[in-house]
Design a protein around this ligand. Structure first.
Ligand SMILES: Cc1cc2nc3c(=O)[nH]c(=O)nc-3n(C[C@H](O)[C@H](O)[C@H](O)COP(=O)(O)O)c2cc1C
Length: 388
């Protein structure tokens, strides 16, 4: 694989081990900014932070903008429930992430890079701090300044414009997820066409998928994009604990639409999941057993967004609260079926009306849950209890 060539991360890689395995060779190729940009664009690498935007295009925009100084922010805010991949990458392969950050800075000619790190990740802070010191001592940073900045542990702090507010200033810059940047050194070292031998034509490479504690084998796993959801569920995660039967899947974190158990053959890549009615997000997979009450689960997701809305935009504050209260009324049996029609209207009305994308996030899980598991919602309305 690309990020963990030895398979699952078992030990924490040292500077010497990283260098012995070809680490920093990409940097030592001393490619020009244009050559790095060309290779990243040709590789088809897409952002792993949730939106799947092409990294090459993002970097080209930053490189072409006349404003200076330029900065790179490596986004390790990681407050998405169930996500642990950025932590694993930084804790086990800090130099891979650092080399990717240095290459991104070279590509857009930035003089300063920030590693924006979840403030609870002390282990990562120490590892990255050590890595920066080792790379500096080895003369690998050149004139690039690298600062590790602690990110507040609130969900919205990982949104890119919020991250920039936190590190200060509003310069033109790309904000890249840790995993996106970790793909950069292997691409520069081995070439774009090598990268494209993994994954699919439109979603090349691999991705780290996080499985939760409901699975027999929870953890983060690197798989080629385009691998089937079934393979991840059955062969990697080994199914749900206690032999429970599968009912639903949330394939990309809490802001994506639910899938049902008859959609296990969907390939895990951006295009296939879109066709299946959902999104890949940042690869946090949740699998729900037949015993799960989808009303309770949907309510939990709605409450999460209501809690995590920073409150700055009135539309977001009102939308997230209203959706959560409406679901609570259904869950308690204090609503009638006419309420169902209101969800779509509220979501449509508020779409795009916030400073960030959080306002768009509760729609897909809530609307898909109501559509796919309508009888469970109706049962709650009638009885105020679960029908499962
Ligand atoms: C509410 C919210 C929270 C987010 N949290 C994170 C996060 O913790 N880490 C991250 O990399 N991206 C997060 N994102 C996505 C970023 O805004 C941005 O798209 C990403 O960092 C870009 O990197 P990429 O192009 O490498 O994917 C979040 C977005 C939103 C709307």
């Amino acid at each position: 694989m690309i990020l963990f060539p030895q398979g699952r991360p078992t030990q924490r890689e040292t500077f010497d081990e990283y260098c012995a395995a070809g680490g920093y060779d990409a940097l030592k190729k001393s490619l020009s900014p244009t050559a790095i940009l060309r290779e990243i664009s040709a590789s088809g690498l897409r952002g792993r932070g949730g939106a799947g935007f092409p990294a090459g295009r993002k970097w080209a925009v930053a490189a072409e903008t006349p404003a200076t100084p330029r900065y790179v922010v490596c986004n390790a805010g990681e407050d998405e429930p169930g996500s642990l991949k950025d932590r694993i990458l930084i804790a086990h392969r800090p130099h891979l992430v650092l080399e990717g950050t240095i290459l991104a800075a070279r590509a857009i000619q930035a003089g300063h890079a920030y590693i924006y790190l979840n403030e609870t990740y002390d282990d990562c802070f120490n590892r990255m701090d050590e890595a920066v010191r080792e790379a500096t001592a080895a003369g690998l940073l050149g004139s690039l300044a690298v600062t590790i900045h602690r990110a507040p542990t609130v969900y919205v702090a990982g949104e890119d414009s919020a991250a920039i507010e936190v590190v200060g200033g509003k310069p033109p810059l790309p904000r890249q997820n840790v995993e996106t940047l970790a793909n950069v050194p292997p691409i520069i070292r081995n070439g774009a066409s090598w990268f494209r031998t993994h994954g699919t034509p439109d979603s090349p490479g691999t991705m780290l998928f996080c499985l939760g504690d409901e699975m027999n084998r929870p953890g983060a796993y690197e798989l080629p994009l385009g691998t089937s959801l079934r393979y991840l569920y059955e062969n990697v995660g080994n199914g749900l604990k206690n032999g429970a039967e599968l009912k639903a899947i949330l394939p990309g974190g809490p802001s994506c639409a639910f899938l049902t158990n008859d959609q296990l053959d969907v390939p895990l890549d951006q295009e296939s999941l879109k066709k299946a009615g959902s999104t890949l997000g940042c690869g946090v997979m949740r699998f729900y057993s037949k015993e799960t009450c989808m009303v309770e689960e949907t309510l939990r997701i709605a409450q999460f967004f209501a809690r995590e809305s920073c409150g700055q935009c009135p539309a977001c504050r009102m939308e997230t609260n209203m959706l959560s209260v409406m679901l609570e009324r259904i869950q308690q049996g204090k609503a009638d079926a006419a309420l169902f029609d209101q969800f779509q209207k509220i979501v449509d009305f508020n779409r795009g009306k916030g400073y960030c994308a959080l306002i768009n996030m509760p729609g897909p899980p809530i609307l898909s849950a109501i559509r796919l598991f309508r009888e469970e919602f109706e049962h709650h309305i009638r009885q105020g209890t679960c029908g499962v």
